[in-house]
Write a protein that binds this ligand. Structure first.
Ligand code: ZN
Length: 424
């Protein structure tokens, strides 16, 4: 017998229209949405959920979360001091915590600490119902080169013998066209949903910088051609406009960060139908310059934030005003715990992105980036009943997405938790 849930919404954002609708109800039948509207019949057997004091939205989606660590303060130690099994436990814990925060789907663009495929085991265990947690879309291992942003052994680069041993633990790290062609095929063989590459340097790693191209043209092109031959998309970690433009020419599907954006590149992104997940959170202290907070960062990260702060501010303005397809992703490795996905809402609000553009990014746009737009991302009949609700005012309160009041995934209601750092 079918199970019905009848949800009474105070306000409703459906993932499509840039407005809050009032007086709406949602009828859930088993794991799917059956009807959404003002006048929908209430089956006698339905469980009634009264959210008349809340704003109901689709379950949120975070498109950039490295799930495989326990605490951002110890992330670098966790790379080398915990086992792959412990890293898989961290992924399970993250998936549970994101679900309880109203983020029913998470995209994992490569393990920071892990070098294996535990994220796929967790994904499958959640899909089978063995454990509970957010739905996962994953690129288990990012592809990268020696000394690159993806090579965490650069932390011991002043001890080459040790660094070399550590470097060799990362099996998706290598050089040459043939290595990367094989690496793409292996990722797909083991179950990757998409391919993630570290195309350029980064902020968080000690001995590289965001302006370096860290894979050569032949390697980049080989990765994209191979992934596309096998029917998978590729997204890249990238900052500067010359690298973004090169990746677009090679056929990239999406790009992460893109923080040093200019108008010409934004137009090229639009013309080539590339998506961008701009991940505002890690750069907040530089964009809204806060020298006190920057002082709390690891030294090499702090120095780079200071050096690039004007360019980051200009890039943020371009991103704010562009018409690119923007996804919502946090990339917390040095600011908050990875599962506190609601902070990106605060960052978007404080950059003047507007409530509906932000919610649209975290729902419908992200469902398209994850290639799940026929299943999730909007509140429409036939979609999975992934539903969240929020009691704070989404128009005015930057902390609104850090305080989840209700969450349902595929028709099942789960307990909620608010952000551990919220005091009121
Ligand atoms: Zn990342």
């Amino acid at each position: 017998m079918s199970k019905y849930t009848y949800i009474i919404c105070g306000k409703l954002y459906n993932g499509i229209d840039a407005e809050f609708k009032e007086g709406y109800k949602i009828l859930v039948k088993d794991n799917k949405i059956e009807a959404v509207g003002r006048e929908i019949p209430q089956p006698e057997t339905a469980e009634v959920v009264d959210l008349s004091d809340a704003t109901v939205t689709p379950g949120m989606i975070d498109a950039h979360m490295h799930m495989d660590y326990i605490d951002w303060h110890t992330i670098r130690e966790e790379v080398y001091t915990t086992s792959e099994e412990a890293k898989t436990i961290a992924i399970i814990r993250t998936a549970q915590k994101t679900l309880s925060r109203g983020f029913t789907t998470v995209r994992h663009p490569g393990g920071i600490t892990s070098n294996g495929f535990g994220v796929l085991d967790v994904k499958r265990a959640i899909e089978k119902g063995y454990i509970t947690g957010s739905r996962i879309v994953a690129a288990p291992r990012f592809l990268c080169a020696a000394g690159s942003h993806g090579d965490l052994s650069q932390g011991f680069a002043r001890n080459p013998e040790l660094s070399n041993i550590a470097q060799n633990l990362r099996l998706s790290l290598g050089a040459g066209k043939d290595f990367f062609v094989n690496a793409v095929r292996e990722e797909i063989k083991y179950g990757a949903d998409f391919i993630k590459i570290m195309a350029t340097g980064g902020f968080f790693t000690p001995y590289d910088n965001p302006s370096q191209q860290q894979m050569n043209d032949e390697e980049l092109k080989a990765i994209m051609d191979t992934a596309h031959e096998w029917g998978k998309t590729v997204t890249a970690h990238v900052y500067s406009v010359d690298h973004m433009q090169k990746l677009i020419k090679f056929g990239i599907d999406g790009m992460e960060h893109c923080s040093l954006m200019d108008e010409e590149t934004a137009q090229m992104i639009i013309d080539n139908d590339v998506y961008v997940v701009p991940t505002f959170c890690p750069y907040e202290e530089a964009v809204h310059y806060d020298p006190v907070m920057i002082q709390t960062k690891q030294e090499e990260y702090r120095i780079k934030l200071e050096y690039y702060k004007d360019a980051l501010q200009e890039g943020r303005e371009v991103i704010k005003n562009c018409k690119c397809k923007l996804g919502y992703g946090t990339d917390m490795v040095a600011t908050h715990q990875n599962y506190e996905s609601g902070y990106e809402f605060k960052a978007w609000m404080e950059s003047g992105m507007g409530t509906f553009r932000t919610l649209h990014a975290a729902t419908k746009v992200n469902s398209e980036i994850l290639q799940l737009e026929d299943k999730i991302g909007t509140l429409e009949p036939g979609k999975y009943a992934d539903i969240a609700a929020w009691k704070r005012d989404l128009m005015t309160d930057p902390y609104a997405l850090l305080d989840c009041a209700f969450v349902m995934k595929e028709g099942v209601i789960y307990p909620t938790e608010k952000c551990e750092e919220l005091t009121d």
